[in-house]
Design a protein around this ligand. Structure first.
Ligand SMILES: [Zn+2]
Length: 113
């Protein structure tokens, strides 16, 4: 379950921020979740709660924003929107695609006190 290690690094990054800026509590965390990141939303929420326990992030509201996928097509030399990582190019039908967006889970912002 890579959601757990993902959450560990997310919370680690948040805690670095919290320490640097001397925040006392994190109330809300917004994450962008790429379509191609291969992340289960429910598993992500569960892992987040588990990893956040006992930290200043415990009890924070987790908001997930889906990031659409896009890829560079080697056949038509264009960046094209892509619904599924394994789909062919919607423009030319080519299959030599390199994902350029929607591959990661990233922290968008935090609400803190
Ligand atoms: Zn193409």
């Amino acid at each position: 379950m890579h959601e757990l290690s993902l959450c560990e690094s997310v919370i680690e990054t948040i805690m670095d921020n919290v320490r640097t800026h001397h925040f006392s509590q994190v109330r809300r965390v917004r994450l962008t979740v790429g379509r191609f990141a291969g992340v289960e939303t429910e598993a992500l929420r569960f892992s987040f709660d588990v990893v956040a326990r006992g930290t200043l992030v415990e009890g924070a509201e987790l908001e997930l924003l889906e990031e659409p996928g896009a890829a560079w097509c080697f056949d038509c030399s264009e960046t094209v929107p892509l619904m599924d990582r394994l789909d062919p190019c919607p423009r030319c039908g080519g299959t030599r695609l390199h994902p350029t967006a929607g591959t990661d889970v990233m922290i968008k912002d935090l609400e803190v006190i």
